[in-house]
Design a protein around this ligand. Sequence first.
Ligand SMILES: NC(=O)c1ccc[n+]([C@@H]2O[C@H](COP(=O)([O-])OP(=O)(O)OC[C@H]3O[C@@H](n4cnc5c(N)ncnc54)[C@H](O)[C@@H]3O)[C@@H](O)[C@H]2O)c1
Ligand SMILES: [Zn+2]
Length: 389
Amino acid sequence: MSDRIQAGFAVKYEHQVHFTRGVFRRDNPLLAGVLASGKAARPPRVLLVLDEQLANAQPGLFSAIQHYFAGREGQFDLAPERLLIPGGEAAKNDETSVEGLYAAIERNGLCRHGYVIAIGGGALLDVAGFAAATAHRGIRHIRMPSTVLGQNDAGVGVKNGVNRFGKKNFLGTFAPPFAVINDFELLATLPEREKRGGYIEAVKVALIRDREFFERIERSRDALRAFDPTAMEDLIRRCAEAHVRHIANGGDPFELGSARPLDFGHWAAHKLEQLSGFRIQHGEAVAIGIALDVAYSVLAGHLDAVEAERVIALIESLGFALWAEELDLRNADGEPAVVAGLEEFREHLGGALTITLLKGIGQGFEVNSMDTAKIRQALEQLSARALKA
Ligand SMILES: NC(=O)c1ccc[n+]([C@@H]2O[C@H](COP(=O)([O-])OP(=O)(O)OC[C@H]3O[C@@H](n4cnc5c(N)ncnc54)[C@H](O)[C@@H]3O)[C@@H](O)[C@H]2O)c1
Ligand SMILES: [Zn+2]
């Protein structure tokens, strides 16, 4: 004998990503409108979490925020305390970052109708998003990415995560933020290395989905290499849009299946970041990971060599190095150490190994295995190319 009660239910999310300039200029109504749209019964408490490097680079930021809220007294209740967390991957590796956030959320009495506003790079947003998603089982969270990668990729999605056991994003949740606000002016102080790092996620999206976007990036490569703001904004907007459309229309916003097309080039990248002790930044590692999977796609007979050369040339012309000494590291059995990234990638996702490769520019497709001998060959090609350069 058995019995059961079953009930299906659906939860609807509205994922809003806004683009603006000068979000904290007093006459900019965007943030106030977003906060007010939460229709809290009383003025909601707002806790600010700032990326420390951003706060140092833009010393006027906090006082601008205070003025913004001072002009809206009675509507919102800005917590007098602001939290500064050192940005970068260290924030995700350091267990005390999340603890510090929980303590601040508790100390400042935030409830589920309160807001954590996090302003910073993708790493800081991941930490703040995780803390906000788990404190009280979920506090409203507004992300304001201050890096190119944050604005076009890391910050516009619905997940968060912190690193544990030396593994990226071992802890995390799928928790759509209340809103994402991309303020292009926040990027003004970003070092060039970080700006460039974000470009590769746009190249990635273009490669798997959108040939026309790839060609657009090709046409603006010189402007991008010179960090021209207009070219950067165009790239960010289009890439962010592709991400949001993928989440909304891709059929698997919370990644319950095995496929993760937007992680093209990432199986090797995550491993490489880890092998380098995070000396190599995410975007830099992704550039190498993409080059590797492009070379592999040719060796496996999926991609035309001329198309592959065009891809690799674009990535190089944006200023990325396509080799790192960590690619020479070997396991005890003599295999390139980076190959372990495949199994770690599968384990993180669950299910069958699913890797995106290329059939052409704008045409990603999935495979369920990779041949280690061909990976080694692809690595040799990258190494030879780097030596020649
Ligand atoms: N949650 C997701 O869906 C998702 C997706 C992709 C990537 N990520 C994560 O995002 C992280 C990478 O993010 P990132 O590329 O933004 O790098 P980052 O967060 O490491 O920031 C790079 C550096 O720039 C500093 N910084 C940030 N904004 C600045 C500014 N405007 N001026 C001066 N300095 C500034 C930061 O303090 C940091 O030192 C990785 O941890 C990656 O795993 C998350
Ligand atoms: Zn990425």
